[in-house]
Design a protein around this ligand. Sequence first.
Ligand SMILES: [Zn+2]
Length: 413
Amino acid sequence: MSIENITGRIAKDLETLKQFTATPGDGCTRLPFTKEARDAVNYLAKIMAEAGLEVHEDAAGNVIGVLRGENQELPCIMMGSHFDSVVNGGDFDGIAGAVCAIEAARQLKDAGFVPKRNFVVVGFMDEEGLRFGTGYFGSGAMMGTRDVEYCKHYKDNSGVSIYDAMVSYGLDPEKIEEAKWEDGSIAKFLELHIEQGPVLDAENMEVGLVDCIVGIQRYMVTVNGRADHAGTTPMDMRYDAVDAATKVVSKIADWAREKADGTVATTGLIKTTPGGMNIVCEKCEFTVDIRSKNNDNINDIANRIRAALDKEVAAMGGSYEIDTKLVITPVFMDKEMLDIMEEDCKEKGYNYKILPSGAGHDALEIGQKIPVSMIFTPSKEGRSHCPVEFTKYSDFAKASVIMTGLAKKLLSE
Ligand SMILES: [Zn+2]
């Protein structure tokens, strides 16, 4: 199969799938447990079956295709990504990884390849987590970290819980734990994803090989002071929450700049209450998002933030709270898979670069338990989560060839 033919097959799939959006003409909006999600799953199931896979949908709404190997006792090799999107997102985020995994199965079929162990291709439900304020639902369910209580707890803006959304989608949330894969049943997992950043495009690379998914810590900090008259309260007699909070916020980015290992720190939201031009701020809330390949860097910045809050808030005379939203340690990619793919890129003469992933993916959730690896394709100007998101179909084709080579190697053992 020539690279042109592979490019054509992938283009046809992605052109079809991009039509399953709730916002035609304004990017891809494919939220979990909606008609658009159902249409995408039906199409993925169809092309999985055409690729010779046994297809089923699991209790979490993941769509799964299996190429049976000679020995059912051996743990499988799994590849895939998510089929949901953000609101007004791009046509490639997630779905390209599901399509390229299916394309790898097609190339195995074209070659008449008989695997020793099962090759499993997955389209995951609700990685983005936008609708219910969560994330990694389908992959989490496969890892056994989602239960009925979880489904009942999280609700969308209209008050619909995951539980109710699953029922109207045609799933039984009471059976969610049936989506779990037994420990030891998956040997390795690979995810293709668009880079969603500018590095590969800027350096004219065709393929990215990920060595690490960065760790993330997220906090919501609330600094409490007292509301007073902005004109009549002298500077030494006020409890100004925004003054204390911003003294801390102003240092966070510089602390990240001092670190190596791709460390980044972001305050994306600052909210003042009551928020009047002539009122001393009573309450200042701000977010912190810290990411790095090196967990020590993350912990160190988080500790410095706490120490600075202790100092500045004490000086102000108020109090503060920190609500921890997320703590994920970095996940290092499986060296064997990385080496196999790097060799293959060299052999095929593809321009490749080894880089970390600054975004979380299904591989991050699965990587908590199982050896994982990721392959990136370039994102034009690094744009993603918006309608202009773009990757050349020929780049997906090249990546799918690398995925197929990896699958052949791992499925022969
Ligand atoms: Zn994604």
